[in-house]
Design a protein around this ligand. Structure first.
Ligand SMILES: [Zn+2]
Length: 310
């Protein structure tokens, strides 16, 4: 189904899986709030992110950086953008303001996931229940817990455009991070899908992947997937572990198999997932199995002791 046109002044820079999509808003004539970007990609792509946003803005300075949530693939470019546009305000969901002010990479998930995110400063919060003005339109801010307890999503009711972050993709949703640590969050995922259904968006700009309009089909797919995870939480645990390994491989592109296994052994979330769900298998054997599974699914390829991202 072809995507409906986006509200004027809004541009989506579709990235890949390592870097979340960046959504750029040019100011409307007479708009005092200035240009803005929602989400800034992963740290290793930060140089590319700055160039892409410079190109999208033309002569406009970037006035605001907004983050749907603070996973490393959504805010890894914040520091580079702040360096390029020192006057830019940075607005984040309220739940993690303290962790950003005092920079706590444990609470912000960078240490437990083994991912990188350069330290950045914040200047304000995106309070759910309020709205933010982007390209001359008011975008509602909604809490969207589940994938991340602090995530927000943005909805523009006139065009019925939703910026869904990792709460809903065309073909699923992001790993339910609280569940990795044993905190139940599948109900929150369901409630956020219900919220999206109530908002009745016409066009969805997801955190990853292309803009889509088949909203009912995406909701049905997400609910089926969620039901599977609720029935068998170990399936979600295995999915989470594979996603974390694949993500590391996406960044490195090629790595010696032994080095990847050493990274798995040193990265806290793998120990947590293993202990909680797969304790019957020795850790190293389980870790080998994760790499084998990636290879079998066509997400990686072995070559002379190296593992290549494909
Ligand atoms: Zn995320």
């Amino acid at each position: 189904m072809p995507a409906a046109p986006l509200p004027s002044g809004m541009a989506v820079l579709e990235r890949g899986w390592l870097s979340a999509n960046n959504i750029v808003f040019l100011p409307a004539p007479g708009d005092a709030d200035g240009a803005a970007v929602i989400d800034t990609g992963y740290a290793s792509h930060a140089g590319q992110t700055v160039l892409l946003i410079e190109a999208a803005l033309g002569s406009q300075p970037l006035a605001r950086i907004l983050n749907t949530h603070l996973h490393s693939d959504h805010c890894g470019g914040n520091a580079a953008l702040q360096a390029r546009w020192p006057q830019a305000q940075t607005l984040i969901a309220p739940g993690q303001a303290g962790h950003v002010r005092h920079w706590d990479p444990q609470a912000l998930s960078y240490t437990p996931t083994g991912q990188d995110c350069p330290r950045f400063a914040m200047s304000g919060v995106l309070q759910p229940g309020t709205s933010v003005r982007l390209s001359g339109r008011d975008w509602e801010i909604h809490a969207a817990p589940g994938h991340d307890p602090h995530s927000v999503i943005f909805f523009e009711p006139h065009s019925r455009t939703l910026i869904s972050a990792d709460a809903l993709w065309e073909n699923g949703f992001g790993v339910v991070f609280p569940e990795i640590e044993g905190e139940s969050a599948f109900d929150e995922v369901a409630a956020t899908l219900d919220l999206i259904e109530r908002l009745a968006p016409r066009t969805i700009v997801p955190g990853h992947g292309s803009i889509f309009t088949c909203v009912d089909a995406a909701l049905a797919t997400a609910r089926r997937r969620l039901e599977g995870f609720v029935r068998a939480p170990e399936r979600h645990a295995l999915y989470a572990a594979k996603v974390l390994v694949k993500y590391r491989l996406l960044d490195w592109q090629r790595v010696r198999a032994g080095d990847l296994l050493a990274w798995v052994a040193a990265t806290p979330y793998f120990g947590v997932l293993h202990a909680r769900h797969f304790g019957d298998t020795a850790f190293l054997e389980w870790a080998h199995g994760l790499v084998d599974a990636l290879e079998q699914s066509g997400a990686a390829q072995r070559q002379d002791g190296w593992l290549l991202n494909i």
